[in-house]
Design a protein around this ligand. Structure first.
Ligand SMILES: Cc1cc2nc3c(=O)[nH]c(=O)nc-3n(C[C@H](O)[C@H](O)[C@H](O)COP(=O)(O)OP(=O)(O)OC[C@H]3O[C@@H](n4cnc5c(N)ncnc54)[C@H](O)[C@@H]3O)c2cc1C
Length: 418
């Protein structure tokens, strides 16, 4: 095992617990990490000091809460000073009462999480440790940059662009336009730096003084709605808008979310949210809203970024006026319009009622007009009539089915019986 391999460090003054932890962690993580176990606080701190001096990274500090020599949180504090990127885990007896030391330690920011003794390998230890190692790796590695941004540090446009990319969670590298690397990048695109900022995507696609919409489009985000009609428009993709979008889209509503910048809202700036249901160890606001945004999108919500909403107006097209003279010759139903036979008959009757009310149809005249309808032929072979004692216009009720693309009354019930 190379000495520079990152370390998983565990300490408990019960040597049996330390040995078990070392075995279990080595079995799953031993290929990538060196697992070190200690059973005395003094020896443990000395080991960690040695690792810090040798610049060996420590990924995880698993420390028993109740050690004889030193309380676990004090050990964690001293160990974390030496290894500030390490994730801090308190090892505690299983106790889900409010007396558990975990509650205070996490509330005061003295630990990032806990493991209960005895642990269950798959449910507790491996899942938690994997999660922390993923977080540790993310904090540590610069990784892949989708964009290079070249600009002036004090320039407002550059500042706003960097903020937008950070909020959107897009990995990028910034280069000052006047440093050697920045000048070289500009020259490689034939640019002299007179117009900044410049954004270069990993595939060399280059944007000069891009608008937020251009930048978002270049990351694959949508900046205009691709639907003509929807059931629900949500303004703002902060936590409230995103939650509404998830619920609405999951219930089958055609949902459009219009966001002025990018998703996240105020919560997107929060490094750690601890009071959101479902995240006992907390979650960064950016991660929470990123996942909510993805969830809404996967339910079919149309996410539209860089679109400030200036007003909401119901469009005529989706609220069609009654055709002139109630004639139907020019009336074109909207795509996907659907009318059942019953709906069709009701509509015909409604048109007749409107016609009879004349040029000035008012609600007060409806009952009188309907009661006056007698012998009106709806086109189904039976005249209908209304009177004060009747609540049904026709003596016959039809059940319908669809044949050859048309609604037809069911007259023969053979074949429909079970
Ligand atoms: C640093 C920080 C830390 C926080 N930590 C916590 C915490 O730990 N726990 C907690 O409970 N709360 C916390 N909060 C508060 C929490 O973030 C807010 O209560 C929450 O974000 C409100 O959500 P919202 O969706 O109602 O509004 P916002 O988050 O304000 O989102 C509104 C969204 O609407 C967009 N918008 C506005 N006008 C328009 C328009 N005309 N057109 C299109 N889009 C528009 C905005 O760009 C924004 O994205 C924190 C806030 C901050 C700033």
């Amino acid at each position: 095992m190379p000495r520079s391999q990152p370390v998983l460090f565990a300490i408990d003054d019960d040597v049996g617990v330390v040995a078990a932890l070392q075995d279990d962690l080595t079995r799953r993580f031993g290929g990538d990490f060196r697992v070190i176990g200690e059973s005395s606080a003094a020896a443990g701190l000395a080991t960690l000091r040695g690792l810090a001096d040798e610049r060996v990274p420590v990924a995880l500090l698993i420390v028993d809460h109740d050690m004889a020599e030193m309380p676990g949180v004090d050990f964690l504090a001293r160990a974390h000073d030496m290894h500030p990127l390490a994730k801090r885990v308190l090892l505690v007896e299983r106790d889900y009462s409010v007396r558990s030391p975990v509650i205070q330690a996490m509330t005061l920011g003295q630990a990032d999480y806990y493991i209960s003794k005895p642990w269950m390998l798959e449910q507790d230890l491996y899942r938690i440790v994997s999660g922390f190692l993923a977080g540790w790796a993310k904090d540590r590695q610069a990784g892949f940059a989708l964009f290079h941004v070249i600009g002036r540090v004090q320039d407002r446009g550059t500042y706003e662009l960097r903020e937008l990319l950070t909020r959107f969670g897009v990995p990028f590298e910034f280069r000052a336009a006047y440093d050697r690397r920045g000048r070289k990048l500009l020259a490689s695109r034939g640019l002299d730096g007179s117009r900044l900022p410049v954004v270069i995507r990993h595939d060399d696609y280059t944007m000069v003084q891009p608008t937020p919409a251009q930048v978002i489009s270049a990351t694959g985000g949508t900046t205009c709605s691709d639907v003509d009609a929807c059931d629900l428009v949500i303004v703002g993709a902060g936590p409230a808008g995103l939650a509404a979008a998830v619920y609405a889209a999951s219930e089958g509503l055609r949902t459009v979310v219009l966001e002025e910048t990018v998703s996240g809202g105020q919560a997107g700036n929060s490094p750690m949210i601890r009071n959101y249901p479902g995240f006992p160890q907390g979650v960064s606001g950016h991660e929470l809203t990123r996942q909510a945004c993805e969830q809404a999108w996967m339910f079919g919500a149309h996410m539209v970024f860089a679109q400030p909403t200036v007003g909401l107006e119901k469009k005529e097209k989706y609220n069609p006026a009654t055709p002139a003279g109630l004639a139907d010759a020019d009336y074109k139903p909207l795509q996907h319009s659907f009318v059942s036979l019953e709906g069709f008959l009701n509509a015909k009757l409604l048109v007749e009622v409107l016609k009879r009310m004349g040029a000035n149809p008012v609600r007060a005249k409806i009952a009188e007009t309907v009661a006056g309808i007698d012998g009106f032929e709806l086109g189904m072979g039976r005249p209908i009539s209304f009177a004060a004692q009747r609540n049904q216009g026709s003596d016959a009720i039809y059940y319908t089915t669809v044949e050859n693309g048309r609604f037809v009354p069911i007259r023969d019930w053979k074949g429909w019986s079970k």
